[in-house]
Design a binder for this molecule. Structure first.
Ligand code: ADP
Length: 556
């Protein structure tokens, strides 16, 4: 802008200078009335020369006054020529037919000519490619025809010397003859190639920034030192609205409308320093990674922030961590399970093998014989139940669990269980209590009898196993749509944090090497799978050291 004004001033000065020189010459010539030849036949300078020559050729003695004027003119002419020649802008003067009458150094260089002599009398067609020359010539003719100046036309052409394309602002000024009609043409070209390149580069860069802002999938803002929003990217503007500018950044970004606890603004803005921090509690409970850089924005210290929504990534990471922990846990559990299973299998197997060989001992009394057979039978059943449990686990995993629904009279199931576990309880010195609801001996419902029996057996076996003294209580209650069984004990109880885990496959509380209780860690997970398959629920309420109550709720 400044350079454009400067140029206009320079053109005006030059024009004023040229016009005043012309006026001066005309007055001078009129004054002496010596000159009769064709005025402005070639150009201003040559006209002056003619005047002088004609003065001499007239054979008149040159007066001192004439000499003085002559010197003055020479000085003016030299000054004018030096000025024109050394102007940084290209200046040329042409006659009506387009022949060059004057070219300054800059113009000579532009058209690739060595000196003035080389150019005099030639036209632009002798120096520029046909197409460019025709455009320039057309403009020249237009100005000469209309007599109107043409100012600051943007022209592009190829530099004759370097071959590089360059751009200039060209003005064409007609010079009128005595009758007022244009007879010559001054052309002044100001090279704006660098400015144009800078403008193009600036425009490209602005366009690039604009597209970047529209395209990037991140939100971006600029805030001042107090957290006031100065700028928002388009996507954030769409989210928060145009009036978000001027608000505090935490008012627009955060759910709690409070400044982030680790807000970098508190540490002060350092120009050019880039850091990132993670912050949750962003609008809609999202988590963001925020990259921020200290900068100057409209002369103010400011911070550019780029927001990257990492909520999904965080969730995935959390899930992965959980899965990893689960996989590790499951691995640990499986190792513990293998350890337990081998122990569990070995115990009855040893009994079977040992007592079977004892059976062939000579002199065995019939009582011993019978008790050995009982032990072998018990151990076989135990072994069978372990194998059955393992097979059931794989059946559940393979989705092969099948139900066999039948009418179940609740009281008869409970009585059978009571009888079966009375012996186990009494062997441990525990009291087994059956809390039977009044007047409900025949109440029944439909379910899978075997599975129900197996689940309640597991619960009672555990209750007896994990209770050292006190009692084990069993019972049920009919409710409008379901029946709720319970098995409670006064045993070791289950710590709060493990009350869900015990229903996971292979999980056993305190399953270290010094564990005193037998088991595979499969009973509760199988029971839970059965109950859920039957449309019911199995859960526990327990207090470590005081006892546990397992509840089993089935639809009826
Ligand atoms: P197992 O009894 O074969 O170890 P379960 O799946 O039946 O496997 O039980 C898993 C774990 O839950 C047990 O090892 C034990 O730590 C805990 N548990 C189950 N029932 C009770 C109970 N009545 N009292 C205390 N802990 C229990």
């Amino acid at each position: 802008m400044i350079s454009f004004d400067m140029r206009t001033i320079m053109v005006s000065i030059l024009l004023t200078f040229l016009v005043s020189t012309v006026i001066f010459l005309i007055i001078w010539i009129q004054y002496h009335k010596r000159y009769r030849g064709g005025m402005f036949s070639k150009n201003l300078l040559s006209d002056l020369k003619d005047v002088e020559e004609k003065s001499y050729s007239a054979g008149n003695e040159t007066t001192a006054e004439q000499e003085k004027y002559s010197e003055l003119i020479q000085v003016e002419r030299n000054l004018l020529r030096a000025l024109i020649d050394n102007l940084p802008d290209s200046v040329s003067i042409k006659d009506k037919e387009g022949h060059f009458l004057l070219n300054n150094n800059s113009h000579l260089e532009m058209i690739g000519a060595e000196n003035q002599q080389e150019v005099l009398g030639k036209t632009i067609f002798d120096f520029l490619p046909e197409k460019e020359a025709a455009i320039s010539d057309g403009d020249d003719r237009n100005v000469l025809l209309t007599g109107k100046m043409m100012l600051d036309k943007v022209e592009s052409s190829v530099h004759a010397g370097t071959g590089f394309s360059h751009t200039h602002l060209t003005s064409r000024i007609p010079i009128p003859g005595p009758d007022g009609k244009p007879v010559q043409l001054i052309t002044i070209s100001h090279n704006i190639t660098d400015r144009k390149r800078a403008e193009d580069a600036l425009r490209d860069s602005a366009e690039f920034n604009r597209s970047l802002l529209i395209t990037i999938p991140f939100g971006m803002d600029i805030v001042d030192e107090q957290g006031t929003v100065l700028f928002l990217s388009d996507n954030l503007k769409k989210t928060y609205g145009q009036d978000a500018i001027g608000k505090k950044c935490w008012d627009i970004h955060r759910d709690d409308k409070k400044e982030c606890t680790d807000c970098p603004l508190r540490r002060g803005i350092v120009n050019g320093k880039t850091e990132k921090y993670e912050s949750d509690g962003f609008i809609g409970g999202r988590v963001f990674e925020i990259y921020h850089t200290g900068m100057n924005y409209h002369g103010k210290k400011a911070m550019l922030e780029i927001f990257h929504d990492i909520t999904e990534r965080k969730q995935t990471e959390d899930e992965l961590t959980r899965s990893k922990e689960k996989a590790e846990e499951s691995d640990k559990l499986k190792t513990a399970f293998l350890h337990n299973v081998s122990h569990e299998i070995r115990t009855p197997m040893n009994a079977i093998v040992g007592f079977t060989s004892l059976l062939s001992e000579p002199g065995l009394t019939p009582e011993n014989h019978q008790s050995y057979l009982d032990i072998i039978s018990q151990s076989s059943n135990h072994l069978l139940s372990i194998v059955t449990d393992i097979i059931e686990v794989s059946n559940i995993e393979a989705g092969k669990l099948k139900l066999n629904m039948n009418k179940v009279v609740v009281h008869s199931v409970m009585e059978k269980l009571f009888k079966q576990f009375s012996l186990t309880a009494s062997l441990k010195g525990l009291e087994l209590i059956y809390e039977q609801p009044d007047n409900e001996p025949d109440k029944h419902f439909y379910t899978d009898y075997t599975k129900l029996f197996q689940v309640l057996s597991n619960l009672l076996a555990n209750a007896c196993k994990f209770t050292r003294n006190g009692s084990v209580k069993m019972g049920y209650n009919f409710q409008p749509d379901n029946i709720e069984f319970f098995v409670s004990d006064t045993g070791i109880g289950i710590p709060q944090d493990q009350q869900t885990k015990i229903f996971e496959r292979f999980y056993q509380v305190d399953n270290g090497h010094d564990r005193q209780f037998e088991g595979t860690g499969l009973g509760l997970s199988l029971s839970k799978a059965y109950v859920e398959f039957l449309g019911g629920k199995l859960w526990v309420e327990s207090e470590a050291g005081k006892g546990s109550t397992f509840y089993l709720n089935l639809p009826c």
